[in-house]
Design a protein. Structure first.
Lengths: 201, 286
């Protein structure tokens, strides 16, 4: 029987990954999953995913790191918490999805050209720099990183929003942004130092 | 009653009409909103996808600012509301996260307090003003206006404590008190596609179509929402092949019922005009 090429063999399992996810918020209950599929049925974009939420839960619990972190699914999660509110085993999958996103970005698994990781990165740098987000400038940054024809169609929409006073282009930074950037940076350096001591595989 | 008002980034741009109408409704009901000085972005659903500690620091800084004022926080944006509450919950179960936040806040001369209440206007209006008072203020009742109450996903799940996660009713009650007719609306808490819709509209158009078609089947004149992203997505991406249904903030409808002008509650900022729907209800008064 031909094996499903989407799944790697048992040898592709990574015990460290399975252990790691158990320690993330929501990850401690993944092994309680009984594969009922309510999460996949509830998920607004489940039908567009390469691995449905139900499959992701078990792949993660079993340590299939490459499949999970490289999947498009984690970037389609809108964080609507539909699966969380429906799960009969109280698994907080939405929160685990955030952990997947963080690790996928940190370890370079995020699919290239996917607008969501780019948006996450630009949004985060803007907040760290200015303390607040400016919606028009954020969209401009994302466009420059990932020029796509889809955005050209949005210029008309942007112009209409602008006309209705809904896209202010002025400064959006807080006065004490320097202090805030410093506080965020100090904790980031601590984290990196900690990880440097115990490198992740 | 006074509250620490946390508008969030959206209410300063695409969601300005929410801020304008909310401020008007609160003022009419003698509920005082004091905007938090120097508030920062809550981190939304995005910073947590990159940096867990940073997302918690961003949220907690706002809670610390409110603690200094000794006031409850009122967060109208569904995402801000969820994120601020979630940061509190996560710091309670993860002591090392709380330690990191406390260290960072020291640098900005603030102290984290876990006793700051995070509240949503839906709940504040129901509990601190009450339906009877709201009814008294509705000098121009929304008579005969059929409203589909759209809560979206993040407002009521899973950190909210004021309404049911799948069958919420708080907005229904407020708008009913203003004279509106609430239609049965199965898509109340369906997801609009959130940030994914702005980045990949072609992928998420179906989600919005389901929500709008549901409202149309119920013969709704208008959709009411409490989330700036739901408002923007449903306004921008509903199919134009049929007559679109306008979507406004619940506070805009309340403000209108309280007698405010179109401009005072930001109705002039809508890309899908609500004028027709509201005019019909005006005609019923005549």
């Amino acid at each position: 029987m031909a094996s499903n090429p989407k799944f790697s063999s048992e040898a592709g399992r990574d015990a460290e990954f399975a252990q790691w996810v158990e320690n993330e918020i929501g990850g401690d209950r993944l092994r309680e999953c009984m594969q009922c599929g309510l999460c996949s049925g509830t998920c607004p974009l489940g039908s567009r995913m390469d691995y449905t939420p139900r499959k992701l839960v078990t792949l993660a619990a079993q340590g299939f790191k490459r499949e999970v972190l490289g999947s498009k699914s984690i970037w389609l999660c809108t964080s609507c918490y539909g699966c969380v509110s429906k799960c009969p085993r109280q698994i907080n999958l939405t929160e685990v999805m955030y952990a997947f996103k963080r690790r996928a970005i940190a370890e370079g698994f995020a699919p290239k050209g996917d607008p969501m990781p780019i948006l996450a990165d630009e949004f985060t740098s803007m907040v760290k720099r200015n303390g607040r987000v400016s919606e028009p400038w954020l969209m401009a940054h994302v466009f420059f990183r990932n020029p796509s024809l889809a955005y050209v169609g949005m210029t008309g929409t942007a112009a209409r929003l602008l006309r209705h006073g809904r896209l202010p282009l002025g400064s959006h930074a807080i006065d004490k942004r320097g202090e805030l950037t410093e506080a965020l940076g100090t904790e980031m350096k601590r984290e990196e130092k900690k990880e440097g001591k115990e490198p992740r595989k | 009653m006074r509250y620490a008002y946390f508008p969030g980034c959206s209410l300063k741009s695409t969601g300005r009409a929410y801020a304008e109408s909310l401020e008007r409704v609160f003022a009419d009901l003698a509920l005082e909103l004091v905007e938090l000085k120097e508030w920062d972005c809550c981190g939304a659903t995005t910073v947590l996808a990159v940096d867990e500690v940073a997302s918690c620091i961003l949220a907690a800084r706002n809670l610390a600012l409110a603690a200094r004022e000794g006031l409850d926080v009122v967060a109208p944006c569904a995402s801000c509301y969820l994120v601020l509450k979630k940061a509190k919950d996560h710091m309670a179960i993860k002591p090392d996260l709380r330690d990191a936040v406390e260290r960072a806040l020291k640098i900005v001369h603030l102290e984290y307090r876990d006793n700051v209440k995070v509240r949503h206007p839906l709940e504040v209006l129901l509990n601190d003003a009450g339906e009877a008072t709201i009814k008294q203020h509705a000098m121009r009742p929304l008579a005969g206006l059929k409203v589909a109450p759209y809560y979206g996903c993040q407002l009521v799940r899973p950190h909210a404590d004021f309404d049911n996660a799948d069958e919420p009713t708080s907005m229904d009650r407020l708008l009913k008190a203003c004279g509106a007719t609430i239609v049965p609306f199965a898509s109340k808490t369906r997801c609009c596609g959130a940030t994914q819709t702005s980045a990949m509209p072609e992928l998420c158009g179906d989600l919005i179509q389901v929500i709008v078609e549901d409202a149309r089947r119920q013969k709704a004149d208008i959709i009411a929402t409490a989330c700036p992203l739901c408002q923007l997505n449903v306004e921008l991406y509903q199919p134009r092949t049929v007559q679109p249904i306008p979507i406004v903030y619940f506070t805009q409808l309340m403000g209108w019922a309280f007698g405010a002008t179109e401009r005072e509650v930001g109705l002039h900022r809508s890309l899908l005009s609500a004028a027709d729907a509201l005019m019909h209800c005006e005609a019923r008064h005549a």
